[in-house]
Design a protein around this ligand. Structure first.
Ligand SMILES: [Zn+2]
Length: 248
């Protein structure tokens, strides 16, 4: 496969007014390696109910400017935090895999649909153009969320292992794990650093490589160094691209 056919999709998660300085740092880090605006931002409309985008006009203007420069803007949940009660397997998944950030895992179809529609309307109003897609917090979708997603008109969605067109999840547009980092605990950080180091060679054959960074990553120099090394390693054989290229 030619280099020009291989794609690197980088994204900044949890873009919200409360993380403005972290987002700036991550954007600088990515642009230093990939060039200007070859990445996506995942926007949270009201992070934990404490950072309403609706009431942050200065940050709205920044989002619009990024979008106009070419940054792809995804809707990333509404609150990000999981407020639902879970039963059985979903409860185990919610507690152990997400540290309570799997907002769309336990939502009913009605609630998921409302939050997706509200998020789409808000983000599109702020950026003045269509959203690139929807990505659930912690990449976790319950049955209600999957049903709602097919009805909302988002062009793209992704989870940890694939990218798909809502309503066509059986024919993914890209496959392979997202390379991402965990800053929450020393042990999780160590395993994410080890995975990234492995991925830098093991995932090279993939036609589409995805790399996702979070605001918490800037708190650990070891993570920043690993993100930088990973961007550098993939950008040698993969062209920094856009999620929307997958639809062409
Ligand atoms: Zn997130």
């Amino acid at each position: 496969m030619r280099v020009s056919e291989r794609r690197l999709l980088a994204s900044i998660h949890d873009v919200a007014p409360c993380f403005e300085s972290e987002v700036d740092r991550l954007a600088d880090l990515i642009e230093a390696r990939l060039g200007p605006v070859r990445y996506a931002m995942l926007v949270v409309p009201d992070h934990w109910g404490r950072a309403p985008l609706l009431q942050a006009p200065a940050f709205q203007a920044r989002l619009r400017a990024w979008a106009e420069r070419g940054v792809e803007m995804f809707v990333h949940g509404w609150f990000h935090r999981d407020t639902a009660e879970h039963q059985g397997a979903a409860s185990f998944k919610a507690r152990h895999m997400t540290a309570g950030e799997g907002e769309f895992l336990g939502l009913s179809h009605v609630d998921a649909l409302r939050r997706m529609q509200d998020g789409k309307a808000l983000v599109e109003d702020v950026i003045g153009m269509p959203a690139a897609g929807f990505i659930a917090p912690a990449w976790l979708y319950g049955p209600g969320a999957m049903q709602a997603l097919a009805e909302c008109g988002f062009p793209l969605a992704e989870d940890h292992f694939r990218v798909w067109r809502p309503g066509h999840e059986d024919t993914p547009l890209a496959k392979g794990p997202v390379v991402t980092w965990a800053s929450r605990s020393t042990m999780r950080t160590a395993s994410s650093l080890a995975f990234a180091a492995l991925a830098r060679s093991a995932l090279q054959p993939l036609p589409t490589v995805r790399l996702a960074v979070h605001p918490g990553d800037v708190s650990k120099p070891s993570i920043i160094a690993s993100v930088d090394a990973t961007l550098r390693a993939f950008s040698r054989r993969h062209v920094p691209g856009r999620y929307s290229d997958l639809l062409k």
